[in-house]
Ligand binder design. Structure first.
Ligand SMILES: Nc1ncnc2c1ncn2[C@@H]1O[C@H](COP(=O)(O)OP(=O)(O)O)[C@@H](O)[C@H]1O
Ligand SMILES: [Mg+2]
Length: 195
């Protein structure tokens, strides 16, 4: 399966989602993460060789693709609408992470307006949800009213997610009492995709 993680904004958890979803899919079948972001965030994250799956640059990926069952594409901060269309065409599923922040939600609705005529399979993932507020619930309600397909689980706002890239590990391998909760949410997302 080819899954592209995209959004019209940076900082919404694309790379975090790409890395953790790749880690989950790798537990099922060989999975390749293609870092298509000029900032090479996923490649930097993988530098210490502690991620449980293979990460390649876009340039390095063509020769590798056929060796993997699942391909996750992490995309750049602000894709042009044309790039979004290209991604849609080449993927089985587009995942659009968004935080509950109203501006991010608005951008997500705009992205989906661009995707709608392309007949692509897409799903919105709420990320960085602070459980101490009702922001997550409010955002879910807003997205449901807009009739956007959403993952059943939200990704919580956790310090472990912020800190694990600095250690070159996924959240599952980061020593923090709440890290297993974060990992379990991405496992749920993965199970929703691969039924
Ligand atoms: N669930 C989360 N909880 C806390 N921090 C997060 C979470 N997801 C992402 N982050 C942090 O937010 C910032 C942006 O996330 P990132 O995955 O790099 O987004 P993008 O790839 O969309 O720019 C990073 O510092 C990352 O560590
Ligand atoms: Mg990124």
């Amino acid at each position: 399966m080819i899954i592209a993680i995209t959004a019209l904004k940076g900082g919404v958890g694309k790379t975090t989602t790409a890395v953790h979803l790749a880690a989950y899919l790798q537990t099922l079948s060989p999975t390749l993460l293609i870092d298509a972001d000029k900032n090479r965030s996923a490649l930097v994250w993988s530098k210490e060789d502690k991620l449980p799956f293979y990460v390649a640059s876009q340039a390095g990926s063509p020769a590798l693709i056929k060796k993997f069952t699942h391909i996750i594409i992490d995309t750049q901060a602000r894709p042009e609408p044309e790039e979004l269309a290209d991604l849609a065409e080449g993927s089985d599923l587009l995942i659009l992470p968004t935080t509950p922040n109203p501006l991010d939600l608005d951008t997500t609705v705009k992205a989906i307006e661009l995707l709608e005529p392309l007949k692509v399979n897409y799903k919105v993932l709420l990320t960085k949800v602070d459980s101490r507020t009702t922001n997550g619930r409010d955002a879910r309600k807003f997205l449901e009213e807009a009739k956007l397909p959403m993952f059943r689980v939200d990704i919580p706002l956790l310090v472990a997610f912020q800190r694990s890239p600095g250690k070159g590990v996924i959240v599952k391998d980061y020593p923090d009492p709440r890290a297993p909760l974060g990992w379990s949410k991405y496992v749920s997302v993965g199970k929703e995709i691969i039924k």
